[in-house]
Design a protein around this ligand. Structure first.
Ligand code: KIV
Ligand code: ZN
Length: 390
């Protein structure tokens, strides 16, 4: 009997919603570096930024769009022409692009923030999607604060934007207010009640204000959602977004529960997590699931004894499947150019000339004299001029 699973689209927004974390802003080069790692992990969609937000963000989205070939590159745009045109311009050289346009649909946002009538919001949403379709064949529409919106109004907007050309419908839990059962049921009802719901992929986007972002996302998947929006290390506004690594490994580890597969190469998770942490300066807590330093460490004698007898007594995943201990080559003072250059390549760093590499290699040797082992974070600091975490 065939057990073919549905594809779960992984939409990473580390470079957009993750960057909206206070203090986490990234340069264009840093975004390119992270985007390359996400591409290597086989993330389906990389939201590279919000092109209209600043000239720097426009350049970052453009540069990521011109660098990445295997993942689709996306820019956020409010449901206004200027935003959508700017996003279209930034993405015009992408191999595959997406414009992600949004407007708030909850009573509180429409009344106080937008100061618009619901009917005008609906018209604006349709027009935004039609405009975005002029720039790309892949348009996503988000109902901001969707989890606090009136169901009947949501159904009408969703039906109308799908008719206008949106291929993905995202219903975010913008303020992290949702609860798993309720948030999942909201999707099930939306899919049942919107007459043309089969023409679009439904998407979840959860914030972690109550610590429920991953649980809410997984509940949405259980109820028909086939795209998850998430970030590396759960980086994001306020308490953060749903964490990519937790969702990916929950789906993979509990294949008995989730009728989907991601297609991710999960062995890139830990190296990517470490680079995101090093670039943003946001440390990963030791007990963080999957990517925390203690996630696969066993301290107690009883656990150590159990693991030695049979790994699965206390381990539900293999550390190497998420990239722990994958650093096959330990870099130190005896390492040569080839190993250092190869590791830089894996980290997405391209040197523009032999001389530029030679300078980095000389700095590497200096540091290796002072430090037993050189980690990815050190390599990153050597090329960005940042502090090396000796
Ligand atoms: O949290 C949110 O609602 C968002 C939207 C722009 C998708 O980030
Ligand atoms: Zn968000």
């Amino acid at each position: 009997m065939s057990t073919k699973k549905d594809k779960l689209v992984i939409f990473d927004t580390t470079l957009r919603d993750g960057e909206q974390s206070p203090g986490a802003s990234m340069t264009r080069e840093e975004k390119i570096r992270i985007a390359r790692m996400l591409e290597r992990m086989r993330v389906d969609v990389i939201e590279a930024g919000f092109a209209i937000a600043s000239p720097g963000d426009f350049e970052s989205v453009k540069a990521v769009a011109e660098t990445v070939t295997d993942s689709r590159v996306c820019s956020l745009a409010r449901a206004v022409n200027a935003d959508i045109e700017r996003a279209g311009e930034a993405l015009k050289n992408a191999n595959a692009s997406r414009i992600h346009t949004f407007i708030a649909t909850s009573p509180i946002h429409m009344k106080y923030k937008l100061q618009m009538e619901p009917e005008d919001v609906l018209q604006r949403a349709v027009k935004a999607v039609q405009t975005a379709c002029r720039f790309t064949d892949d348009v996503e529409f988000s109902l901001e604060d969707g989890s606090r919106s009136e169901p009947e109004f949501m159904y009408r907007i969703i039906e109308a934007v799908i008719r206008a050309g949106a291929g993905t419908i995202n219903i975010p839990d913008t303020v992290g207010y949702g609860e798993p059962e309720e948030y999942g049921a909201m999707f099930r009802r939306a899919i049942e009640n919107v007459p043309n719901s089969d023409k679009a992929i439904f998407s979840t986007h959860c914030h972690n204000d109550l610590g429920l972002a991953v649980a809410n996302s997984l509940s949405a998947v259980m109820n028909g959602v086939r795209q998850v929006e998430c970030t590396i290390n759960g980086l994001g506004e306020r308490a953060g977004n749903a964490s990519l690594e937790e969702i990916a490994m929950a789906v993979q580890t509990r294949q008995d529960l989730y009728p989907v597969e991601t297609g991710l190469d999960t062995s890139h998770i830990v190296p990517t997590s470490r680079i995101v942490s090093s670039i943003t300066g946001f440390p990963v807590q030791p007990n963080k699931a999957i990517v925390g330093a203690n996630a696969f460490a066993h301290e107690s004698g009883i656990h150590q004894d159990g693991v030695l007898k049979h790994r699965e007594t206390y381990e539900i995943m293999r550390a190497e499947d998420v990239g722990w201990g994958q650093n096959r080559l330990v870099l130190g003072k005896h390492s040569g150019r080839a190993a250092v250059r190869a590791r830089y390549g894996e980290l997405g760093v391209d040197f523009s000339s032999a001389e530029e590499f030679q300078q980095a290699f000389a700095r590497f040797k200096d540091l290796a004299d002072k430090k037993h082992e050189i980690f990815d974070e050190d390599l990153h600091s050597l090329v960005t001029g940042g502090e090396s975490p000796i």
